[in-house]
Design a protein around this ligand. Structure first.
Ligand code: SAH
Length: 216
C-alpha cells in the first residue's frame, strides 16, 4: 500500500487490529498488498474499508479483517506450499504469496482465473499459480500441502482436501449452510488424526460444484 496516503493505511491497519488481527507478519503482508488493485468498478473507492465488496462473476472479495483472521489461523511458514480454493479477486492469494514459498489457487470461473493471472503478473507475484478447476477435489497433482485455505463455504470439510493435507498441516475454512451464518474452523492433521477448532462466525459465498458459466 506504499503509494497511498498514510492516513488511509493507518486506518486500514487499525481496523484489522481492532478485529483481532495481531500477528506481525500477517499485518506486514497486508500492508504490502494494495487492496485497491483487487477491487474495480463502482466499489473501487471503498477498497480500504473493512467490508466485503462485489467483484465480477457475482462473487465477493472478502472483508479484510476476515482475510487477516484466516491468514493468522493458517500460521503460514516461509517454506510452505499453500493451496487456496476460491481465488475470487486474488486478494487472499496475494497476501499468502508474501508469507509462503508457493501458492496454488483454484477458481471455478474462467474469467476470474484470467483476470487474476494478469494481475499477479503485473504485481510481480511470481510464486502464485492460478488455475481453473473445481476446488472441491483439491489439486491432487500438487498434493500434499502444508496449508489449505477455502474461501467459499461447504457444509462439511471436503474429503479430498482433508486427504491432501500433510501431517502437521493446517486447513482453515468456513463450514455451514450457504444462506446462513457459517463457522470458520481450523483443522489440524496430526499423527493420530484430525483436530477441529471453531474460530468465529463468518459469511461466505457457497462452494459450488463444477465450473462456472461465466455469464456475469
Ligand atoms: N479469496 C477470494 C474471495 C473469494 S469468494 C478473494 O480474496 O477475493 C469465493 C470464490 O470461490 C468465488 O470466486 C467462487 O467462484 C469460488 N468458488 C466457489 N466454489 C468453488 C469451487 N468448487 N472451486 C473453485 N472455486 C470455487
Amino acid at each position: 500500500m506504499s503509494g497511498l496516503d498514510p492516513e488511509t493505511v493507518m486506518q486500514f491497519l487499525f481496523a484489522l487490529r481492532k478485529r483481532g488481527v495481531t500477528d506481525a507478519r500477517v499485518l506486514e503482508a497486508m500492508e504490502q498488498v494494495d487492496r485497491g488493485r483487487f477491487v474495480t468498478g463502482l466499489f473501487a473507492d471503498r477498497a480500504y474499508e473493512d467490508m466485503p465488496l462485489p467483484i465480477s462473476c457475482g462473487q465477493t472479495i472478502s472483508q479484510p479483517s476476515v482475510v487477516g483472521l484466516m491468514t493468522q489461523a493458517l500460521d503460514v511458514r516461509p517454506r510452505d506450499t499453500v493451496l487456496e480454493i476460491g481465488t475470487g479477486s486474488g486478494y487472499q492469494a496475494a497476501i499468502l504469496s508474501k508469507l509462503a514459498r508457493r501458492v496454488y489457487t483454484v477458481e471455478r470461473h474462467r474469467r476470474l482465473v484470467s483476470e487474476t493471472g494478469k494481475l499477479f503478473a503485473d504485481l510481480g507475484l511470481t510464486n502464485i499459480t492460478a488455475m481453473l478447476s473445481d476446488g472441491s477435489f483439491g489439486l491432487p497433482e500438487q498434493a500434499p500441502f502444508d496449508r489449505i485455505i477455502v474461501t467459499a463455504a461447504a457444509e462439511d470439510p471436503p474429503g479430498p482436501l482433508l486427504a491432501q493435507l500433510k501431517i502437521g498441516g493446517i486447513m482453515v475454512l468456513p463450514v455451514g449452510q450457504s444462506d446462513t451464518v457459517q463457522q470458520l474452523i481450523k483443522v489440524t492433521r496430526t499423527e493420530a488424526g484430525l483436530d477441529y477448532e471453531e474460530l468465529t462466525s463468518v459469511r461466505f459465498v457457497p462452494l459450488l460444484e463444477g465450473l462456472g458459466k461465466d455469464e456475469a
